[in-house]
Design a protein around this ligand. Structure first.
Ligand code: SF4
Length: 425
């Protein structure tokens, strides 16, 4: 939306500090939790988000070769987060006050990039530019991550559009001459091609101008059946959680207010066994069954909206912070006494006001979709070889749980119950 309005960003400046309702109580509440958060999220601390690459490969959550392949254990092991600690000098970094410290700075100690200091790539980047492109070189991945940061381009979208291009080339839909620059070999795992394509996307050169507009528009201009393997939801390239590994991701992406974004619900946390007290989820959740996932996803969308509004990192959930703890923070920080139910209603309100905006622009059942690649094609290998999400079933459940109609439209009754009737068009 910012891009459409030619806005680069919004800067807010203020003086003074927010008043804390109960400073001593807040300090005691937070320090009582710190050790347990740190302990529960220890794997995030040790190897960062990238530490989960081998696990995600084993359960079919890791996208491989433009989401076409279900298994690549040897490649996943080479690009996992722990490898950076073995190959390079590495330091733990934390956002202000965070006990988890999942971020890592790295320094190359050998090879062509000796002396280069940069960041360890996050899981999403390792998957998007790594397994998704059959790139098993951790050092090149770190450099590509650094280039994306310098160019100001998103690593997920970049990895998905480049994967799409590689598949177009493999299928003979585009030729080398279409790239618009000599010497590029657009084949899986070619790091020279990946780096040059990142540059061409950033500067909108040659085929980079088309790729810079995203995978949906690229498929619309190329045609020839390429739409079926252009992996996106509502035009936003899918993040690195394959909906055939954790099926809730299909309905998360389809109903995401900004399109294919995992962090608008993180319902796959529940499918991978995370316990979040106060949410009323079943003890055991089958990651491959679609039944019940519409409701779980809607509840997680509401919880995630609350985390966003409080400016809290959702990795705290891995440290055992759920809605009950958020109610405790709010009580001591702002003096607000909310039940879990009331807190999640606030999340519902935030989620729904965005849906109402999208609804004015035509959003509904027909546009709550995800690419065929991840909803209709079985991968035939790996930890979720034969799994396909039942997206329509999950949409029905989510719409029902939210009190929307069968077409995915917010009803007047639901909008009124949240005090949002003024936004009904
Ligand atoms: S706040 Fe979140 S992203 Fe930042 S270091 Fe902590 S866990 Fe990592």
């Amino acid at each position: 939306m910012f891009g459409g309005k030619k806005i680069k960003g919004i800067a807010v400046k203020g003086s003074g500090r927010p008043a804390i309702a109960d400073p001593d109580g807040l300090k005691a509440y937070v320090s009582g939790m710190t050790a347990s958060i740190r302990e529960k999220a220890d794997s995030l601390h040790r190897n960062g988000t990238g530490g989960s690459v081998p696990y995600r490969e084993s359960v079919g959550d890791l996208p491989i070769k433009n989401f076409a392949v279900g298994s690549w254990p040897e490649g996943a092991a080479k690009i996992a987060g722990n490898v950076y600690g073995e190959l390079m000098k590495r330091k733990h970094l934390a956002c202000f006050g965070c006990p988890i410290a999942c971020a890592k700075s790295i320094e190359f100690t050998d090879g062509d990039y000796r002396g280069l200091k940069t960041s360890q790539p996050e899981y999403e980047t390792i998957a998007a530019l790594g397994s998704n492109l059959m790139n098993d070189d951790p050092e090149e991945l770190a450099v590509q991550n650094m280039l994306c940061n310098r160019y100001g381009i998103d690593t997920i979208s970049a990895g998905v559009v480049i994967g799409f291009l590689f598949e177009c080339f493999e299928r003979g839909i585009i030729a080398k001459e279409d790239i618009g620059r000599d010497g590029i070999n657009p084949v899986w795992g070619d790091n020279g091609a990946i780096k040059e394509l990142l540059r061409m996307i950033a500067f909108r050169e040659g085929i980079g101008a088309m790729l810079a507009d995203g995978v949906r528009r690229a498929a619309e201009s190329i045609g020839k059946g390429s739409e079926s393997f252009a992996v996106h939801a509502r035009g936003l390239e899918l993040p690195m959680h394959d909906p055939r590994g954790y099926v809730s991701s299909a309905v998360t992406y389809a109903t995401g207010n900004r399109g294919g974004s995992h962090s608008e619900s993180l319902a796959y946390y529940v499918e991978q066994g995370m316990k979040i007290a106060g949410m009323g989820f079943p003890d055991k959740v089958d990651p491959h069954s679609s039944a019940g996932k519409g409701e779980i996803t809607a509840k997680m969308q509401n919880l995630s909206a609350v985390f966003d509004a409080l400016g809290l990192c959702k990795f705290l959930m891995a440290g055992g912070v759920g809605p009950e703890e958020l109610c405790g923070f709010l009580k001591s920080a702002a003096g607000m006494s909310l039940s879990v139910r009331e807190l999640l209603d606030v999340g519902d309100r935030m989620y729904t006001v965005k849906r109402l905006y999208n609804q004015r622009l035509g959003a509904g059942r027909g546009s709550d979709t995800v690419s065929e690649r991840v909803t209709r094609e079985k991968r035939g290998s790996g930890g979720a070889a034969d799994v396909l999400p039942d997206l329509e079933l999950m949409k029905d459940e989510l719409y029902r749980f939210r009190g929307w109609d069968r077409e995915g439209r917010v009803t007047e009754e639901h909008a009124r119950s949240l005090g949002l009737e003024e936004y009904l068009s």
